[in-house]
Design a protein around this ligand. Sequence first.
Ligand SMILES: Cc1cc2nc3c(=O)[nH]c(=O)nc-3n(C[C@H](O)[C@H](O)[C@H](O)COP(=O)(O)O)c2cc1C
Length: 191
Amino acid sequence: MTVREVWEELEAAVVQRKSLFHTPVVATFDGKVPSARTVVLRGVNQAERTLRFHTDRRSSKVRALDKFPALAWHFYDHREKLQIRCVSTAHVLFEGPVWEEAWSQTQLLSRRCYLSEVAPGSVVAEAYPGFPCELVGREPTLEESEPGKENFCCVVGVVSKIEILSLRFEGHERVLFEWDEVAWRESWLAP
Ligand SMILES: Cc1cc2nc3c(=O)[nH]c(=O)nc-3n(C[C@H](O)[C@H](O)[C@H](O)COP(=O)(O)O)c2cc1C
């Protein structure tokens, strides 16, 4: 598999909701504890080598990224037996054109989560749906959704390392692609 093919797979996964690469796991480290969680892949730019997801700026992953602005990304398609691992920087955006555009493209139902009255991960006295109770069972109106913009942020990572592992009966394939300032350097690895 070439590095271009990897990027094409990831680009396709942004719009193909059924792609198993649509929901990668991203891992952070806050200096004490590693933490991994599923996110939705919202943007891929091969030319800029970036991957993007969206989150609540009050979440613990954003606090971890303040301390260590780096991400490990894990994608796995069990049907293809293909694992893709990436290492990137992490830039948390809560202003600017990329953030504005991302918010304007965010569907009303997705915006609902950014309306949570409490920060994600807060201890609550009883089960809480993650958004105001009056929005249970419905999406917010455009007007209702707007205050969520304050909590909305984009996390953009510039990828420096990609590793693929393809499991095959005929023989596995493990390849490392490392960005060396002008191009991707490719190395075969023992699986
Ligand atoms: C299918 C799926 C998709 C998710 N997508 C996102 C996402 O795009 N952004 C996000 O912040 N959390 C998403 N979550 C929730 C996270 O996995 C996680 O529980 C939450 O963000 C809190 O993580 P943190 O405490 O590490 O910040 C998703 C969870 C699932 C199961």
